[in-house]
Design a protein around this ligand. Structure first.
Ligand code: HEC
Length: 142
């Protein structure tokens, strides 16, 4: 028993503590050109998408614990680079149109929000009603 602690548990604990010192970027840059849409559309996007696709990420406590923190920070970084609602109004018409098409594709096929995100954010689940509201926004010209 003592040997197990010495050779297995102790190194694991040391490793776990050590990885906590790897720097992780958890920034929320300024919101400069937030999406303008109806309150009901905004509410859905805020609840289901903004944590990864805006500069208003609510960083949960486990985003401070490695190695989960690496996963969360990676998702936010990738998510923002693909689509950032905090910058939406700075995108030109062509980009907005393309992104709306991409959003519809992801939502219709159930790829967004990310499955793992929903484990801890069940409110972010999109039901038929929410999807219909998003569809109307996506099909509207503006
Ligand atoms: C947990 C974080 C997370 C949440 C929540 C999330 N996304 Fe994403 N999203 C990502 C990541 C990471 C990528 C880039 C990698 C990929 O495409 O899977 C991405 C990519 C995308 C893309 C680009 C896909 C492509 O390849 O063209 C769109 C569009 C998108 N998300 C829309 C949404 C919408 C709409 C919601 C809310 C209904 C949402 N996402 C919620 C993390 C997230």
């Amino acid at each position: 028993m003592k040997k197990i602690v010495l050779y297995l548990v102790l190194p694991l604990v040391v490793f776990f503590v050590a990885i906590q010192f790897v720097p992780v970027s958890r920034t929320n840059p300024a919101v400069t050109a937030d999406l303008v849409a109806s309150p009901e559309v905004k509410k859905i996007l805020r609840t289901s998408c903004y944590d990864c696709h805006s500069n208003e990420t609510k960083w949960p406590w486990y985003s401070r614990v490695a190695p989960i923190s690496w996963l969360v920070a990676h998702d936010v970084k990738e998510g923002r680079s693909e689509l950032n609602f905090s910058l939406w109004n700075s995108y030109n018409a062509r980009k907005k149109k393309q992104l709306k098409a991409d959003i519809w594709e992801e939502v219709e096929e159930g790829r967004m929000p990310v499955k793992m995100y929903l484990w801890t954010h069940s409110k972010g689940t999109l039901d038929k009603k929410k999807i219909a509201i998003l569809e109307k926004w996506i099909r509207a010209k503006k």
